[in-house]
Design a protein around this ligand. Structure first.
Ligand SMILES: [Zn+2]
Ligand SMILES: [Zn+2]
Length: 434
């Protein structure tokens, strides 16, 4: 084993052993010390026969010089060598003493103090290395080495687990504890809590998500009565508020499986959503209790609440859901029963070509979407008005399907009936799962 490296870097036993971490299943300290001792014995056995002889001064000097590097790196079993001082572990250029008990204890105590504020089951330690240490590692690395990061993660992880009785978890820990042991800096990174469920919006006139005032962009101005909001409340706010309170989060994000217009109700089994609570201090609450609180609002109801994860956000955003809508249609002229039953038939399995509606063209790219209506049902209210129930693809703009949006949507209800029709009211009756 090569001890050359000790010439340039008086590595402590632990660090020297870490260079060969993958070679013998023992602690880095044991491995490092053993390797140094084996080398020292080898050198001393060469030195031994030269001791009493003359004429071997140069060879002796070389061996003694090598021994001096071993001695310097803390192998005090070797007799002291004149003019060579032992380098203490705290001066080891790689670890700089971060594994010394007093340092570990100081960091442990600081960490426990920070953790005290949070509820969690699992954690993971992540070691942050100063650039100079990373550079050093790069220059001395062997194929068998483990990074000092790994050893520090393991050491600190064990200590924290012992003190807290919490579990180390590599994938998705509740808390990631980032420690720079050289600068003694600690930072906690908290995983969000995800709650998934479905919501019903029982009233018209509120948006799905918080809607900042467009004049002040949320800062608050005369136009928004210093609320910073265009609408006084939203589905997001009604749902998130009691959750934020219970989880003591810092921030939240509301992810819906699509959204309905402000004047559209969301009924039936509701629309899937995931609420993401960022930096929560509490991770387990009674979801049912919070659900009941929300349901008492009379504006929004939630159902099927359960804990989710990050993947649910992606799936709720990307899964296409078919929808059932109920529209109140009003025509300029009277509509006959025959026309209504013809409309039902014509809409069945009909492909609709829909250019981005005028009313959203300022925020959506102008393109043609292709969506299908699968079934339609009608029910007359009076000569000019009827209810139209539609089972169709998600992403179809229903108001435009009825009006035709000045030819941007074809075919349309107006076109089929050959009368100008508008959608007076709209409800989402069902968001279908696949
Ligand atoms: Zn060291
Ligand atoms: Zn404003």
């Amino acid at each position: 084993m090569d001890t050359e490296i000790l010439k340039n870097y008086p590595l402590c036993h632990r660090c020297f052993g870490r260079l060969y971490a993958k070679l013998l299943h023992t602690s880095n300290y044991e491995r490092g010390r053993s390797l140094k001792m084996a080398k020292a014995i080898e050198l001393e056995s060469k030195l031994y026969p030269l001791k009493e002889r003359t004429g071997y001064e140069e060879e002796r000097r070389k061996i003694e010089e090598e021994l001096a590097y071993l001695y310097r790196s803390g192998l005090t079993e070797i007799r002291g060598i004149e003019g060579v001082e032992v380098v203490g572990e705290d001066k080891c250029p790689w670890c700089k003493g971060i594994f010394q008990e007093k340092n570990l204890e100081e960091l442990l105590e600081k960490t426990l103090n920070l953790l005290r504020e949070y509820e969690y089951d699992t954690f993971l330690v992540g070691t942050v290395l100063p650039r100079s240490i990373k550079k050093l590692e790069e220059s001395i690395k062997t194929p068998y080495m483990e990074s000092i990061k790994q050893e520090f993660n393991r050491t600190m992880g064990k200590l924290i687990a012992e003190k807290t009785s919490k579990r180390v978890e590599r994938e998705n820990p509740d808390i990631l504890i980032l420690i720079d042991p050289y600068r003694k800096k600690i930072r906690l990174q908290l995983s969000p809590v995800y709650i998934k469920g479905r919501y019903r919006k029982l009233v018209r006139g509120i948006p799905q998500t918080r809607w900042p005032c467009r004049h002040c962009k949320g800062r608050g101005c005369e136009k928004c009565n210093y609320t910073g909001k265009r609408y006084s409340t939203s589905v997001e706010e009604i749902i998130a508020e009691p959750f934020m309170e219970a989880f003591k989060g810092r921030d939240e994000a509301f992810h819906g499986a699509g959204r309905e217009d402000i004047d559209v109700r969301m009924l039936g089994n509701g629309r899937p959503f995931v609420l993401e609570i960022r930096e929560p201090k509490v991770r387990r609450v009674n979801l049912e209790e919070i659900g009941e609180k929300i349901n008492r609002s009379g504006i929004v109801e939630v159902l099927n609440l359960e804990y989710g994860n990050k993947r649910d956000v992606i799936s709720v955003k990307n899964q296409p859901h078919k929808k059932t809508y109920l529209a109140l249609v009003e025509c300029e002229e009277e509509v006959s029963d025959r026309e209504l039953s013809q409309l039902e038939k014509k809409l069945e399995n009909l492909t609709i070509y829909q250019r981005t509606p005028q009313r959203v063209s300022h925020r959506r790219a102008d393109l043609v979407r292709i969506r299908k209506v699968y079934r339609a049902w009608t029910e007359r209210i009076d000569p000019k008005r009827f209810k139209l129930k539609l089972y169709c693809d998600g992403g179809l703009y229903i108001k435009e399907l009825i009006s035709g949006d000045q030819g941007r949507t074809t075919p349309s209800v107006s076109q089929i009936l050959n009368k100008r029709c508008v959608c007076k009211e709209l409800d989402v009756l069902e968001v279908h799962d696949q």
